[in-house]
Every structure is written in structure tokens, then in C-alpha cells.
Design a protein around this ligand. Structure first.
Ligand code: URA
Length: 253
């Protein structure tokens, strides 16, 4: 393929920027500065842009720990996107697989492997995504049963049966301030529940709508896993890493 195409695919710059870089002697192939941006390369050469090695890869896979406040899109004029968090070299056609809301945190896969992305998102492939949910209110065994039966969320959505696992139900910290026992009787003390829920669907605001339907709105939502892929506990929010060959293989199986 043409050198300028390879470099453009690897997100080094637009074709015209790459031509300018070549002219300025900033692109080297096998150690020597290149004169022709259109020269033929196989991808096996040692290619460097501004002294930084460019490794040509057809497919790239990244696991991002998405922070809150960032939108799941490839570009946006006003808001920071998950692609803005890929600070290292990466192909320009890498895109998020599925979508997390702006305030949702956790595991997001980014890849340019369209066939894999399609398979992971297709309902026919039943890929479980596990979410950790902080909900406003007391989750009960009735909620577990309602989730297990397939929750009628609203006119548009009846969720598939899902296993709701209640992790904890605790009284929320009392806010300091003028709230007195008279103003808020003991039985109405605010309660926060923690739960895990695996779902295979990915309808718009699916998890939030499911918890809203049982009257316990979601306060915080974090995705912990997608199929065989799990979030590393030591990957800080806002950072990412390439998938290991084993993880890629597991996703493809
Ligand atoms: N369900 C939601 O409601 N939001 C997400 O971000 C993901 C699943």
C-alpha cells in the first residue's frame, strides 16, 4: 500500500499533512528519510514519524475504563469523547463498541474490528454485560423476582429476564444540616442499595430504565464486564490498555 495511506490509517495525519511531513524529512522508512509520500510499503518495514515508530496493525483492540463526563462518540465539537482519551498512537478507524451514558463509568471496548463489534452487540449472540448499580432505595426480593420474570419497563420495553444480585442495602449517611428526626421519621431514612445485574440487551438507558421501573432510580452505574472481558481493578478511570492476545481470542470464540 501507499506510505501516505498507511500513515493516515495509523492516524499520523491527513494525506496532505503527511505529504508535508515527508517534504520536511520527518518520515523515515528503514532509517532513511523518505522522498515520496506515495512509495509502496508492505507494513513490514520499520517506519517512523518524528522519530516515533509506527507499527502497522490491521486491527486494534483497547479496553478503556471510561470515566464519567465523557461521551461515547468518536468526535464532538463541544464535549470530550472516549476517543479523546486514546492519547497514544492508534488507528483512526478505532471506535467504541456499543455505548455507555455520559455519567456511566467502566469497561468500554474500542476497536476497528467491525465484524467482532457487530457480533458482540448482536442480541443473537447473548453477550452478558455486567453492571454494578448504586440505586436510590431499598432493593428487595420482590425486585429480584420482577427482574427474573422480565420486567415491563414501559410501553416500549419489556426487558429479558435478568438476574438481579443485591450486594448490600444500607441507610445512606445522614446529611448534616437541618434534617431532624421529626422532619424525617426513622422508617423513612434514606436507603442506598448496591447490586449487580448482567444484561444481554443494550437498549437506550436500559439499566437505568429497569431500576426506575421498580422505583429505585440509579445513582451510579459502572460496567464491570462484557462477555469474557473484565475491567482490571488496577486500570484507573480515564486510562486504557491494549487487549492481550488471549482476551482477543476469548472475544472471538
Ligand atoms: N444502561 C444504562 O442505562 N446506561 C448505560 O450507560 C449502560 C446501560
Amino acid at each position: 500500500m501507499r506510505l501516505d495511506r498507511l500513515l493516515s490509517e495509523m492516524n499520523i495525519g491527513s494525506r496532505s499533512e503527511i505529504r508535508a511531513m515527508v517534504k520536511a524529512g520527518r518520515i523515515r522508512v528503514n532509517g532513511a528519510p523518505v522522498k515520496d509520500a506515495g512509495m509502496n510499503v508492505s507494513g513490514q518495514e520499520s517506519i517512523a514519524a518524528d522519530g516515533r515508530e509506527v507499527v502497522y496493525q490491521t486491527f486494534e483492540y483497547y479496553l478503556l475504563n471510561k470515566p464519567a463526563g465523557v461521551i461515547t462518540a468518536t468526535e464532538d465539537k463541544r464535549q470530550k469523547t472516549v476517543l479523546d482519551l486514546l492519547t497514544g498512537p492508534h488507528r483512526k478507524d478505532v471506535a467504541p463498541v456499543g455505548r455507555l451514558d455520559k455519567d456511566t463509568t467502566g469497561l468500554l471496548l474500542l476497536t476497528n474490528d467491525g465484524a467482532l463489534a457487530h457480533r458482540l452487540l448482536s442480541p443473537a449472540h447473548h453477550v452478558d454485560k455486567v453492571y454494578a448499580v448504586t440505586a436510590d432505595g431499598r432493593l428487595t426480593e420482590d425486585d429480584v423476582r420482577a427482574f427474573a420474570q422480565g420486567l415491563r419497563v414501559d410501553d416500549e420495553l419489556t426487558a429479558l429476564p435478568a438476574e438481579l444480585v443485591i450486594v448490600s442495602v444500607e441507610e445512606a449517611e445522614k446529611e448534616s444540616g437541618p434534617v431532624t428526626e421529626e422532619a424525617r421519621p426513622a422508617e423513612e431514612a434514606p436507603v442506598i442499595s448496591q447490586a449487580l445485574v448482567p444484561i444481554q440487551e443494550g437498549k437506550f438507558h436500559q439499566v437505568k430504565r429497569m431500576f426506575a421501573a421498580v422505583g429505585k432510580p440509579v445513582l451510579a452505574l459502572k460496567r464491570l464486564s462484557m462477555g469474557p472481558l473484565t475491567l482490571d481493578p488496577d486500570l484507573p478511570e480515564g486510562t486504557y490498555r491494549p487487549l492481550t492476545p488471549e482476551e482477543i481470542q476469548a472475544l472471538k470464540n
